[in-house]
Design a protein around this ligand. Sequence first.
Ligand code: ADP
Ligand code: MG
Length: 601
Amino acid sequence: MGDQSPSHSDYSSSVDSTNYFQQCKYIHEVELVNMKLQMRILETHLETKDRLLRNLEDIIDEQETRIANMEDFIQGRTAAYTPPTVMLHGISALSLDFGSLSEENLRLKEALRAGHRKERINELLETDEDYESDMTSVSGEGESARNGNNDLMTQSAIVASKARAFIDEHQISRLKRCAEELKNEKDELKRLSQDMKDAFTVCMGEVKLLLESKTVDFFKVLMERYKAEMERRKTLHNQLVELNGNIRVFYRIRPLLSTRDQAAIRIDSMDEGVVHLEHSSGRKTSRAADFVIPTKFSQNEIFEQVSPIVTSCIDGYNVCIFAYGHTGSGKTYTMEGPSEDPGINQRAILQLFEAAQERGNDIEYTIKLSMIEIYNDKIRDILSTSSSTSSSLTLRRDDSGHLSIPGLECREVISPSDVKNVLKEGSTNRVVAATDANANSSRSHVIVRVHVHAKNNVTGSTTIGRLNLVDLAGSERVSQTNATGQLLKEAQAINKSLSELGNVVFALRQGQKHVPFRNCVLTRLLEDSLHGDSKTLVLVHISPEETHVCESISSINFAEKIGQVQMKGPNAFKRAESVRKSTRVGGKMESPHTTPKKTNK
Ligand code: ADP
Ligand code: MG
Protein backbone atom coordinates (compact mmCIF):
# COMPACT_ATOMS: atom_id res chain seq x y z
CA MET A 1 0.00 0.00 0.00
CA GLY A 2 2.94 2.33 0.67
CA ASP A 3 4.05 1.93 -2.86
CA GLN A 4 0.67 3.04 -4.16
CA SER A 5 0.66 6.38 -2.42
CA PRO A 6 2.36 9.30 -4.12
CA SER A 7 5.64 10.45 -2.82
CA HIS A 8 4.84 12.70 -0.01
CA SER A 9 8.28 14.23 0.12
CA ASP A 10 8.13 15.24 -3.54
CA TYR A 11 4.91 16.90 -2.98
CA SER A 12 5.98 18.76 0.01
CA SER A 13 9.22 19.87 -1.58
CA SER A 14 7.22 21.38 -4.42
CA VAL A 15 5.23 23.60 -2.10
CA ASP A 16 7.89 24.18 0.47
CA SER A 17 9.79 26.70 -1.53
CA THR A 18 8.88 29.87 0.36
CA ASN A 19 11.83 31.40 -1.42
CA TYR A 20 9.42 31.82 -4.16
CA PHE A 21 8.02 34.83 -2.52
CA GLN A 22 11.45 36.24 -1.94
CA GLN A 23 11.88 36.76 -5.62
CA CYS A 24 8.53 38.50 -6.03
CA LYS A 25 8.88 42.21 -6.69
CA TYR A 26 5.34 43.19 -7.38
CA ILE A 27 1.97 42.24 -6.12
CA HIS A 28 0.85 40.54 -9.21
CA GLU A 29 3.79 38.18 -8.95
CA VAL A 30 2.83 37.40 -5.40
CA GLU A 31 -0.74 36.83 -6.40
CA LEU A 32 0.44 34.50 -9.09
CA VAL A 33 2.44 32.51 -6.62
CA ASN A 34 -0.54 32.49 -4.33
CA MET A 35 -2.78 31.06 -6.97
CA LYS A 36 -0.22 28.44 -7.82
CA LEU A 37 0.06 27.50 -4.25
CA GLN A 38 -3.69 27.27 -3.79
CA MET A 39 -3.88 25.09 -6.87
CA ARG A 40 -1.19 22.96 -5.45
CA ILE A 41 -3.00 22.68 -2.15
CA LEU A 42 -6.19 21.58 -3.92
CA GLU A 43 -4.29 19.06 -5.98
CA THR A 44 -2.65 17.78 -2.87
CA HIS A 45 -6.00 17.44 -1.18
CA LEU A 46 -7.37 15.51 -4.08
CA GLU A 47 -4.39 13.22 -4.13
CA THR A 48 -4.72 12.66 -0.46
CA LYS A 49 -8.41 11.85 -0.72
CA ASP A 50 -7.68 9.42 -3.50
CA ARG A 51 -5.06 7.83 -1.40
CA LEU A 52 -7.43 7.55 1.49
CA LEU A 53 -10.13 6.00 -0.64
CA ARG A 54 -7.67 3.50 -1.85
CA ASN A 55 -6.62 2.71 1.63
CA LEU A 56 -10.25 2.29 2.71
CA GLU A 57 -10.94 0.00 -0.17
CA ASP A 58 -7.96 -2.08 0.90
CA ILE A 59 -9.27 -2.26 4.41
CA ILE A 60 -12.76 -3.32 3.26
CA ASP A 61 -11.17 -5.97 1.14
CA GLU A 62 -9.20 -7.26 4.08
CA GLN A 63 -12.28 -7.27 6.30
CA GLU A 64 -14.28 -9.19 3.79
CA THR A 65 -11.49 -11.73 3.55
CA ARG A 66 -11.33 -12.05 7.27
CA ILE A 67 -15.10 -12.53 7.58
CA ALA A 68 -14.94 -15.24 4.97
CA ASN A 69 -12.10 -16.93 6.84
CA MET A 70 -14.01 -16.77 10.06
CA GLU A 71 -17.12 -18.28 8.47
CA ASP A 72 -15.01 -21.08 7.09
CA PHE A 73 -13.53 -21.78 10.47
CA ILE A 74 -16.89 -21.59 12.21
CA GLN A 75 -18.52 -23.88 9.72
CA GLY A 76 -15.57 -26.20 9.96
CA ARG A 77 -14.39 -25.70 6.57
CA THR A 78 -10.97 -24.75 7.86
CA ALA A 79 -9.20 -26.19 10.87
CA ALA A 80 -7.55 -23.02 12.08
CA TYR A 81 -8.19 -19.33 12.04
CA THR A 82 -5.35 -16.82 11.36
CA PRO A 83 -6.19 -13.15 11.85
CA PRO A 84 -4.99 -10.91 9.06
CA THR A 85 -2.38 -8.18 9.73
CA VAL A 86 -2.75 -6.26 6.47
CA MET A 87 -5.57 -4.09 7.75
CA LEU A 88 -3.49 -2.75 10.61
CA HIS A 89 -0.76 -1.94 8.25
CA GLY A 90 -3.24 0.01 6.09
CA ILE A 91 -4.48 1.98 9.09
CA SER A 92 -1.00 2.96 10.23
CA ALA A 93 -0.11 4.04 6.69
CA LEU A 94 -3.25 6.10 6.68
CA SER A 95 -2.42 7.81 9.92
CA LEU A 96 1.06 8.57 8.63
CA ASP A 97 -0.49 10.15 5.58
CA PHE A 98 -2.74 12.24 7.76
CA GLY A 99 0.21 13.44 9.81
CA SER A 100 2.29 14.44 6.80
CA LEU A 101 -0.75 16.02 5.24
CA SER A 102 -1.42 18.20 8.23
CA GLU A 103 2.22 19.30 8.40
CA GLU A 104 2.14 20.11 4.73
CA ASN A 105 -1.00 22.14 5.26
CA LEU A 106 0.67 24.09 8.05
CA ARG A 107 3.66 24.93 5.87
CA LEU A 108 1.38 26.00 3.07
CA LYS A 109 -0.58 28.22 5.40
CA GLU A 110 2.60 29.77 6.69
CA ALA A 111 3.78 30.36 3.09
CA LEU A 112 0.45 32.01 2.36
CA ARG A 113 0.69 34.33 5.38
CA ALA A 114 4.18 35.33 4.33
CA GLY A 115 2.83 36.05 0.84
CA HIS A 116 0.09 38.29 2.23
CA ARG A 117 2.54 40.11 4.43
CA LYS A 118 4.84 40.81 1.55
CA GLU A 119 1.90 41.99 -0.55
CA ARG A 120 0.85 44.42 2.18
CA ILE A 121 4.36 45.77 2.56
CA ASN A 122 4.59 46.41 -1.18
CA GLU A 123 1.27 48.13 -1.12
CA LEU A 124 2.46 50.41 1.57
CA LEU A 125 5.84 51.18 0.02
CA GLU A 126 4.73 51.97 -3.46
CA THR A 127 2.77 55.12 -4.16
CA ASP A 128 -0.28 54.65 -6.33
CA GLU A 129 1.11 56.80 -9.09
CA ASP A 130 4.44 55.07 -9.11
CA TYR A 131 2.67 51.79 -9.07
CA GLU A 132 0.43 52.79 -12.00
CA SER A 133 3.36 54.00 -14.03
CA ASP A 134 5.25 50.87 -13.13
CA MET A 135 2.27 48.77 -14.19
CA THR A 136 2.09 50.51 -17.55
CA SER A 137 5.76 50.11 -18.10
CA VAL A 138 5.94 46.80 -16.32
CA SER A 139 7.04 44.95 -19.35
CA GLY A 140 10.76 45.18 -19.42
CA GLU A 141 10.92 48.28 -17.39
CA GLY A 142 11.05 46.69 -13.94
CA GLU A 143 14.62 47.75 -13.41
CA SER A 144 14.08 51.34 -14.44
CA ALA A 145 10.97 51.46 -12.24
CA ARG A 146 13.03 50.27 -9.36
CA ASN A 147 15.63 52.90 -10.12
CA GLY A 148 12.85 55.46 -10.45
CA ASN A 149 11.55 54.34 -7.19
CA ASN A 150 15.00 54.68 -5.69
CA ASP A 151 15.34 58.12 -7.21
CA LEU A 152 12.00 58.98 -5.83
CA MET A 153 13.06 57.76 -2.46
CA THR A 154 16.26 59.73 -2.69
CA GLN A 155 14.36 62.78 -3.87
CA SER A 156 11.85 62.24 -1.20
CA ALA A 157 14.68 62.06 1.33
CA ILE A 158 16.19 65.20 -0.16
CA VAL A 159 12.82 66.90 -0.13
CA ALA A 160 12.30 65.72 3.41
CA SER A 161 15.68 67.01 4.48
CA LYS A 162 15.02 70.23 2.57
CA ALA A 163 11.64 70.44 4.15
CA ARG A 164 13.25 69.88 7.52
CA ALA A 165 15.85 72.50 6.72
CA PHE A 166 13.10 74.78 5.47
CA ILE A 167 11.09 74.12 8.58
CA ASP A 168 14.15 74.76 10.70
CA GLU A 169 14.91 77.96 8.85
CA HIS A 170 11.28 78.94 9.01
CA GLN A 171 11.18 78.19 12.71
CA ILE A 172 14.39 80.13 13.31
CA SER A 173 13.19 83.12 11.34
CA ARG A 174 9.82 82.94 13.11
CA LEU A 175 11.62 82.76 16.46
CA LYS A 176 13.85 85.62 15.38
CA ARG A 177 10.79 87.64 14.48
CA CYS A 178 9.27 86.79 17.85
CA ALA A 179 12.49 87.78 19.62
CA GLU A 180 12.55 91.02 17.64
CA GLU A 181 8.96 91.72 18.56
CA LEU A 182 9.66 90.91 22.20
CA LYS A 183 12.68 93.19 22.13
CA ASN A 184 10.57 95.96 20.68
CA GLU A 185 7.92 95.38 23.29
CA LYS A 186 10.57 95.41 25.99
CA ASP A 187 11.98 98.70 24.68
CA GLU A 188 8.47 100.08 24.55
CA LEU A 189 7.87 98.99 28.12
CA LYS A 190 11.17 100.52 29.16
CA ARG A 191 10.19 103.77 27.53
CA LEU A 192 6.80 103.63 29.18
CA SER A 193 8.37 102.88 32.55
CA GLN A 194 10.80 105.79 32.12
CA ASP A 195 7.94 108.05 31.09
CA MET A 196 5.99 106.98 34.14
CA LYS A 197 9.04 107.51 36.32
CA ASP A 198 9.54 110.99 34.91
CA ALA A 199 5.87 111.77 35.30
CA PHE A 200 5.97 110.45 38.88
CA THR A 201 9.06 112.52 39.70
CA VAL A 202 7.46 115.63 38.28
CA CYS A 203 4.23 114.87 40.10
CA MET A 204 6.08 114.20 43.37
CA GLY A 205 8.05 117.41 42.95
CA GLU A 206 4.83 119.32 42.53
CA VAL A 207 3.26 117.54 45.50
CA LYS A 208 6.38 118.22 47.54
CA LEU A 209 6.33 121.89 46.63
CA LEU A 210 2.65 122.05 47.41
CA LEU A 211 3.16 120.23 50.69
CA GLU A 212 6.16 122.38 51.54
CA SER A 213 4.27 125.55 50.94
CA LYS A 214 1.30 124.21 52.88
CA THR A 215 3.57 122.90 55.62
CA VAL A 216 5.47 126.17 55.81
CA ASP A 217 2.18 128.04 56.08
CA PHE A 218 0.86 125.57 58.59
CA PHE A 219 4.13 125.65 60.49
CA LYS A 220 4.10 129.44 60.50
CA VAL A 221 0.59 129.45 61.90
CA LEU A 222 1.55 126.83 64.45
CA MET A 223 4.67 128.75 65.41
CA GLU A 224 2.70 131.93 65.83
CA ARG A 225 0.12 130.12 67.92
CA TYR A 226 2.83 128.38 69.89
CA LYS A 227 4.66 131.64 70.54
CA ALA A 228 1.38 133.31 71.47
CA GLU A 229 0.52 130.45 73.83
CA MET A 230 4.00 130.53 75.37
CA GLU A 231 3.71 134.24 75.93
CA ARG A 232 0.19 133.85 77.24
CA ARG A 233 1.27 131.18 79.70
CA LYS A 234 4.20 133.32 80.86
CA THR A 235 1.97 136.34 81.17
CA LEU A 236 -0.68 134.43 83.07
CA HIS A 237 1.88 132.97 85.43
CA ASN A 238 3.42 136.37 85.89
CA GLN A 239 0.02 137.91 86.49
CA LEU A 240 -0.68 135.25 89.07
CA VAL A 241 2.56 136.04 90.85
CA GLU A 242 2.00 139.77 90.47
CA LEU A 243 -1.51 139.38 91.81
CA ASN A 244 0.11 138.29 95.01
CA GLY A 245 2.62 141.10 94.74
CA ASN A 246 6.05 141.10 93.08
CA ILE A 247 7.52 141.68 96.47
CA ARG A 248 6.01 139.52 99.11
CA VAL A 249 6.68 139.06 102.79
CA PHE A 250 6.03 135.86 104.69
CA TYR A 251 6.55 135.22 108.36
CA ARG A 252 7.91 131.99 109.63
CA ILE A 253 7.76 131.39 113.33
CA ARG A 254 9.92 128.48 114.27
CA PRO A 255 8.72 126.12 117.00
CA LEU A 256 9.98 126.48 120.59
CA LEU A 257 13.27 124.67 120.90
CA SER A 258 12.74 123.89 124.61
CA THR A 259 9.61 123.08 126.56
CA ARG A 260 10.81 125.33 129.36
CA ASP A 261 10.60 128.37 127.10
CA GLN A 262 7.56 130.58 127.13
CA ALA A 263 5.97 131.55 123.79
CA ALA A 264 5.61 135.30 123.44
CA ILE A 265 4.35 135.17 119.88
CA ARG A 266 1.23 133.53 118.62
CA ILE A 267 -0.65 133.49 115.35
CA ASP A 268 -4.18 134.89 115.44
CA SER A 269 -6.55 131.96 115.81
CA MET A 270 -9.11 133.71 113.60
CA ASP A 271 -6.75 135.07 110.96
CA GLU A 272 -3.58 133.29 109.88
CA GLY A 273 -2.30 136.54 108.37
CA VAL A 274 -1.87 138.20 111.75
CA VAL A 275 0.64 137.59 114.55
CA HIS A 276 0.35 138.83 118.12
CA LEU A 277 3.42 139.64 120.23
CA GLU A 278 3.30 139.99 123.96
CA HIS A 279 6.04 142.05 125.56
CA SER A 280 7.36 141.17 128.97
CA SER A 281 6.05 144.59 130.04
CA GLY A 282 2.57 143.46 129.06
CA ARG A 283 2.44 145.60 125.99
CA LYS A 284 0.86 143.82 123.03
CA THR A 285 1.69 144.28 119.38
CA SER A 286 -0.15 142.81 116.37
CA ARG A 287 1.20 142.68 112.88
CA ALA A 288 -0.19 141.53 109.53
CA ALA A 289 1.74 139.91 106.73
CA ASP A 290 1.02 138.48 103.28
CA PHE A 291 1.13 135.12 104.88
CA VAL A 292 2.11 133.74 108.24
CA ILE A 293 3.40 130.24 107.81
CA PRO A 294 1.75 127.98 110.36
CA THR A 295 4.27 126.53 112.80
CA LYS A 296 3.19 123.00 111.99
CA PHE A 297 4.10 123.41 108.32
CA SER A 298 6.69 120.96 107.03
CA GLN A 299 9.64 121.99 104.90
CA ASN A 300 7.78 120.70 101.86
CA GLU A 301 4.60 122.59 102.69
CA ILE A 302 6.61 125.77 103.02
CA PHE A 303 8.26 125.14 99.70
CA GLU A 304 4.84 124.74 98.08
CA GLN A 305 4.12 128.32 99.14
CA VAL A 306 7.20 129.64 97.37
CA SER A 307 7.30 127.35 94.35
CA PRO A 308 5.24 129.63 92.01
CA ILE A 309 7.90 132.31 92.03
CA VAL A 310 10.63 129.69 91.63
CA THR A 311 8.90 128.55 88.44
CA SER A 312 9.02 132.15 87.15
CA CYS A 313 12.76 131.73 86.88
CA ILE A 314 12.43 129.09 84.19
CA ASP A 315 10.47 131.60 82.09
CA GLY A 316 13.39 134.03 82.27
CA TYR A 317 12.39 136.07 85.29
CA ASN A 318 14.83 136.95 88.04
CA VAL A 319 13.86 135.79 91.46
CA CYS A 320 15.19 136.56 94.95
CA ILE A 321 14.22 134.70 98.07
CA PHE A 322 15.62 136.18 101.27
CA ALA A 323 15.69 134.56 104.67
CA TYR A 324 15.71 137.40 107.14
CA GLY A 325 15.85 137.20 110.94
CA HIS A 326 18.10 137.31 113.96
CA THR A 327 20.62 134.59 114.65
CA GLY A 328 18.90 131.42 115.77
CA SER A 329 15.51 132.31 114.26
CA GLY A 330 15.72 129.48 111.71
CA LYS A 331 17.01 131.11 108.47
CA THR A 332 19.55 128.42 107.62
CA TYR A 333 17.04 125.73 108.57
CA THR A 334 14.56 127.16 106.07
CA MET A 335 17.03 127.68 103.23
CA GLU A 336 19.47 124.82 103.67
CA GLY A 337 17.69 122.55 106.09
CA PRO A 338 18.94 119.28 107.51
CA SER A 339 20.13 116.75 104.92
CA GLU A 340 17.23 114.39 105.73
CA ASP A 341 14.68 117.19 105.30
CA PRO A 342 16.24 119.75 102.96
CA GLY A 343 15.13 123.34 102.71
CA ILE A 344 14.16 125.68 99.90
CA ASN A 345 17.57 125.77 98.16
CA GLN A 346 17.63 122.13 97.17
CA ARG A 347 13.90 121.83 96.57
CA ALA A 348 13.88 124.93 94.33
CA ILE A 349 16.70 123.70 92.10
CA LEU A 350 15.16 120.25 91.85
CA GLN A 351 11.87 121.85 90.90
CA LEU A 352 13.65 123.71 88.11
CA PHE A 353 14.90 120.36 86.84
CA GLU A 354 11.38 118.95 86.92
CA ALA A 355 9.91 122.03 85.24
CA ALA A 356 12.61 121.83 82.54
CA GLN A 357 11.71 118.20 81.89
CA GLU A 358 7.99 118.97 81.78
CA ARG A 359 8.52 121.58 79.09
CA GLY A 360 9.65 118.72 76.81
CA ASN A 361 12.33 118.62 74.18
CA ASP A 362 11.45 121.91 72.53
CA ILE A 363 13.34 123.90 75.12
CA GLU A 364 16.90 123.10 76.07
CA TYR A 365 17.76 124.13 79.60
CA THR A 366 21.18 124.61 81.13
CA ILE A 367 21.28 125.03 84.88
CA LYS A 368 24.40 126.36 86.59
CA LEU A 369 25.17 127.08 90.21
CA SER A 370 27.45 129.52 91.96
CA MET A 371 27.72 130.16 95.68
CA ILE A 372 28.79 133.48 97.10
CA GLU A 373 29.39 134.64 100.63
CA ILE A 374 29.39 138.31 101.54
CA TYR A 375 31.34 138.96 104.67
CA ASN A 376 32.32 142.47 105.74
CA ASP A 377 31.07 143.74 102.40
CA LYS A 378 33.45 141.46 100.53
CA ILE A 379 32.58 138.79 98.02
CA ARG A 380 33.93 135.29 98.52
CA ASP A 381 33.49 132.35 96.19
CA ILE A 382 32.63 129.38 98.37
CA LEU A 383 32.69 126.92 95.49
CA SER A 384 36.27 127.75 94.62
CA THR A 385 39.19 126.03 96.28
CA SER A 386 41.63 128.61 94.97
CA SER A 387 42.68 130.97 97.74
CA SER A 388 42.73 133.99 95.42
CA THR A 389 39.14 133.64 94.24
CA SER A 390 37.82 132.35 97.55
CA SER A 391 39.25 135.35 99.43
CA SER A 392 37.79 138.32 97.58
CA LEU A 393 36.11 139.05 94.26
CA THR A 394 34.85 142.24 92.70
CA LEU A 395 31.73 143.18 90.82
CA ARG A 396 32.09 144.42 87.24
CA ARG A 397 29.60 145.65 84.70
CA ASP A 398 30.21 143.85 81.43
CA ASP A 399 29.82 145.17 77.86
CA SER A 400 26.16 144.20 77.77
CA GLY A 401 25.58 146.29 80.91
CA HIS A 402 25.09 143.30 83.20
CA LEU A 403 26.82 143.00 86.52
CA SER A 404 29.12 140.04 86.78
CA ILE A 405 31.78 138.69 89.08
CA PRO A 406 34.84 137.79 87.00
CA GLY A 407 36.45 134.59 88.20
CA LEU A 408 33.36 133.34 90.01
CA GLU A 409 33.00 129.60 89.72
CA CYS A 410 29.83 128.53 87.99
CA ARG A 411 29.03 124.79 88.03
CA GLU A 412 26.65 123.16 85.62
CA VAL A 413 24.37 120.66 87.30
CA ILE A 414 22.61 117.97 85.30
CA SER A 415 21.14 115.75 87.98
CA PRO A 416 19.67 116.00 91.49
CA SER A 417 22.78 114.37 92.93
CA ASP A 418 24.91 117.09 91.27
CA VAL A 419 22.77 119.69 93.00
CA LYS A 420 23.13 118.05 96.40
CA ASN A 421 26.89 117.66 95.99
CA VAL A 422 27.49 121.27 94.92
CA LEU A 423 25.29 122.68 97.71
CA LYS A 424 27.03 120.48 100.26
CA GLU A 425 30.45 121.56 99.01
CA GLY A 426 29.55 125.26 99.31
CA SER A 427 28.06 124.75 102.73
CA THR A 428 31.17 122.94 103.94
CA ASN A 429 33.45 125.67 102.57
CA ARG A 430 31.35 128.27 104.34
CA VAL A 431 31.70 126.51 107.69
CA VAL A 432 35.47 126.14 107.22
CA ALA A 433 35.75 129.81 106.31
CA ALA A 434 33.58 130.73 109.25
CA THR A 435 36.05 129.27 111.73
CA ASP A 436 38.85 131.27 110.11
CA ALA A 437 37.14 134.57 109.56
CA ASN A 438 34.16 134.75 111.88
CA ALA A 439 33.11 132.75 114.87
CA ASN A 440 29.55 132.31 113.74
CA SER A 441 28.45 131.47 110.23
CA SER A 442 25.40 133.64 110.82
CA ARG A 443 27.65 136.69 110.49
CA SER A 444 27.73 136.57 106.70
CA HIS A 445 25.23 136.51 103.86
CA VAL A 446 25.23 133.45 101.67
CA ILE A 447 23.80 133.56 98.18
CA VAL A 448 23.10 130.41 96.17
CA ARG A 449 22.73 131.73 92.64
CA VAL A 450 21.05 129.52 90.05
CA HIS A 451 21.43 130.48 86.39
CA VAL A 452 18.75 129.01 84.16
CA HIS A 453 19.58 129.32 80.49
CA ALA A 454 16.70 128.29 78.23
CA LYS A 455 16.99 127.85 74.49
CA ASN A 456 13.79 127.28 72.58
CA ASN A 457 14.69 125.00 69.67
CA VAL A 458 11.42 125.78 67.91
CA THR A 459 11.49 129.56 68.03
CA GLY A 460 15.25 129.91 68.46
CA SER A 461 14.77 132.36 71.32
CA THR A 462 16.87 132.23 74.48
CA THR A 463 16.09 133.42 78.00
CA ILE A 464 18.19 133.65 81.12
CA GLY A 465 16.62 133.55 84.53
CA ARG A 466 18.39 133.93 87.84
CA LEU A 467 17.26 132.53 91.11
CA ASN A 468 19.00 134.03 94.15
CA LEU A 469 18.51 132.10 97.35
CA VAL A 470 19.84 134.32 100.10
CA ASP A 471 20.49 133.24 103.67
CA LEU A 472 21.05 136.63 105.27
CA ALA A 473 23.31 137.25 108.23
CA GLY A 474 21.68 137.61 111.67
CA SER A 475 19.77 140.85 112.06
CA GLU A 476 20.35 141.32 115.82
CA ARG A 477 20.97 144.88 116.84
CA VAL A 478 24.53 146.06 117.42
CA SER A 479 23.63 147.41 120.81
CA GLN A 480 22.55 143.97 121.92
CA THR A 481 25.76 142.22 120.84
CA ASN A 482 28.06 144.36 122.98
CA ALA A 483 30.52 144.05 120.17
CA THR A 484 33.76 145.90 119.92
CA GLY A 485 36.66 145.99 117.49
CA GLN A 486 36.42 143.40 114.72
CA LEU A 487 33.06 142.15 115.91
CA LEU A 488 31.65 145.68 115.95
CA LYS A 489 32.95 146.26 112.44
CA GLU A 490 31.40 142.96 111.37
CA ALA A 491 28.06 143.82 113.04
CA GLN A 492 28.00 147.24 111.48
CA ALA A 493 28.66 145.77 108.04
CA ILE A 494 25.79 143.35 108.49
CA ASN A 495 23.41 145.97 109.79
CA LYS A 496 24.30 148.37 107.00
CA SER A 497 23.76 145.79 104.30
CA LEU A 498 20.40 144.73 105.80
CA SER A 499 19.28 148.33 106.05
CA GLU A 500 20.34 149.00 102.46
CA LEU A 501 18.43 145.94 101.39
CA GLY A 502 15.38 147.33 103.22
CA ASN A 503 15.83 150.68 101.46
CA VAL A 504 16.18 149.10 98.05
CA VAL A 505 13.14 146.88 98.45
CA PHE A 506 11.18 149.79 99.87
CA ALA A 507 12.17 152.05 96.94
CA LEU A 508 11.22 149.35 94.48
CA ARG A 509 7.94 148.77 96.20
CA GLN A 510 7.18 152.46 96.11
CA GLY A 511 8.16 152.64 92.46
CA GLN A 512 10.77 155.31 93.18
CA LYS A 513 12.90 156.50 90.31
CA HIS A 514 16.10 156.18 92.23
CA VAL A 515 16.80 152.86 93.86
CA PRO A 516 19.95 152.92 96.02
CA PHE A 517 21.50 149.67 94.75
CA ARG A 518 25.06 150.98 94.89
CA ASN A 519 25.19 151.59 98.64
CA CYS A 520 26.44 148.10 99.54
CA VAL A 521 27.79 144.96 97.91
CA LEU A 522 24.69 142.88 98.74
CA THR A 523 22.28 145.19 96.89
CA ARG A 524 24.74 145.85 94.06
CA LEU A 525 25.18 142.14 93.58
CA LEU A 526 21.42 141.60 93.47
CA GLU A 527 20.61 144.68 91.40
CA ASP A 528 19.83 142.73 88.22
CA SER A 529 17.67 140.33 90.17
CA LEU A 530 15.67 142.92 92.07
CA HIS A 531 14.41 145.47 89.60
CA GLY A 532 12.00 145.27 86.69
CA ASP A 533 9.83 142.19 86.51
CA SER A 534 11.81 140.43 89.20
CA LYS A 535 10.02 138.56 91.95
CA THR A 536 11.10 138.96 95.52
CA LEU A 537 10.07 137.00 98.56
CA VAL A 538 11.29 137.88 102.01
CA LEU A 539 10.83 135.18 104.60
CA VAL A 540 10.99 136.94 107.92
CA HIS A 541 11.99 134.48 110.63
CA ILE A 542 10.76 134.96 114.13
CA SER A 543 11.68 133.09 117.31
CA PRO A 544 8.69 132.43 119.51
CA GLU A 545 10.64 132.63 122.82
CA GLU A 546 9.92 135.43 125.18
CA THR A 547 13.63 136.23 125.40
CA HIS A 548 13.72 137.11 121.69
CA VAL A 549 10.66 139.36 121.64
CA CYS A 550 12.66 142.52 120.94
CA GLU A 551 14.47 140.94 118.02
CA SER A 552 11.20 139.56 116.75
CA ILE A 553 9.56 143.00 116.90
CA SER A 554 12.56 144.45 115.11
CA SER A 555 12.20 141.84 112.33
CA ILE A 556 8.48 142.50 112.01
CA ASN A 557 9.17 146.22 111.67
CA PHE A 558 11.66 145.51 108.94
CA ALA A 559 9.09 143.39 107.14
CA GLU A 560 6.54 146.15 107.48
CA LYS A 561 8.93 148.71 106.05
CA ILE A 562 9.91 146.70 102.99
CA GLY A 563 6.55 145.19 102.33
CA GLN A 564 4.14 147.98 103.10
CA VAL A 565 1.97 144.96 103.73
CA GLN A 566 -0.90 144.91 101.32
CA MET A 567 -4.37 144.30 102.62
CA LYS A 568 -5.87 141.59 100.47
CA GLY A 569 -8.37 138.82 100.79
CA PRO A 570 -11.58 138.40 102.79
CA ASN A 571 -9.91 139.35 106.08
CA ALA A 572 -8.20 142.42 104.70
CA PHE A 573 -10.38 144.85 106.58
CA LYS A 574 -9.95 143.00 109.85
CA ARG A 575 -6.18 142.83 109.33
CA ALA A 576 -5.99 146.48 108.47
CA GLU A 577 -7.99 147.23 111.57
CA SER A 578 -5.71 144.99 113.55
CA VAL A 579 -2.65 146.80 112.28
CA ARG A 580 -4.29 150.13 112.98
CA LYS A 581 -5.12 149.05 116.54
CA SER A 582 -1.61 147.75 117.14
CA THR A 583 -0.23 151.09 116.10
CA ARG A 584 -2.62 152.76 118.49
CA VAL A 585 -1.95 150.29 121.34
CA GLY A 586 1.78 150.46 120.85
CA GLY A 587 1.64 154.18 120.61
CA LYS A 588 3.96 154.17 117.65
CA MET A 589 5.51 151.68 115.23
CA GLU A 590 8.80 150.28 116.31
CA SER A 591 11.49 151.85 114.19
CA PRO A 592 13.87 149.58 112.36
CA HIS A 593 16.82 148.52 114.46
CA THR A 594 19.26 150.32 112.22
CA THR A 595 18.99 152.82 109.43
CA PRO A 596 21.63 153.75 106.86
CA LYS A 597 21.95 157.10 108.44
CA LYS A 598 22.53 155.63 111.89
CA THR A 599 25.13 153.19 110.54
CA ASN A 600 26.89 155.90 108.63
CA LYS A 601 27.18 157.86 111.82
P1 ADP B 1 19.74 130.91 111.91
O1 ADP B 1 20.24 130.38 110.67
O2 ADP B 1 18.66 131.88 111.73
O3 ADP B 1 20.81 131.39 112.80
P2 ADP B 1 19.19 128.19 112.43
O4 ADP B 1 18.53 127.82 111.14
O5 ADP B 1 20.60 127.81 112.57
O6 ADP B 1 19.05 129.71 112.70
O7 ADP B 1 18.29 127.57 113.59
C1 ADP B 1 18.64 127.61 114.91
C2 ADP B 1 18.20 126.35 115.57
O8 ADP B 1 16.81 126.22 115.52
C3 ADP B 1 18.80 125.14 114.91
O9 ADP B 1 19.16 124.21 115.90
C4 ADP B 1 17.67 124.62 114.07
O10 ADP B 1 17.74 123.21 113.99
C5 ADP B 1 16.45 125.01 114.88
N1 ADP B 1 15.31 125.27 114.04
C6 ADP B 1 15.16 126.35 113.27
N2 ADP B 1 13.97 126.31 112.62
C7 ADP B 1 13.38 125.16 112.96
C8 ADP B 1 12.12 124.54 112.63
N3 ADP B 1 11.24 125.10 111.79
N4 ADP B 1 11.81 123.36 113.18
C9 ADP B 1 12.68 122.78 114.03
N5 ADP B 1 13.86 123.30 114.40
C10 ADP B 1 14.22 124.50 113.88
MG1 MG C 1 22.16 130.67 109.91
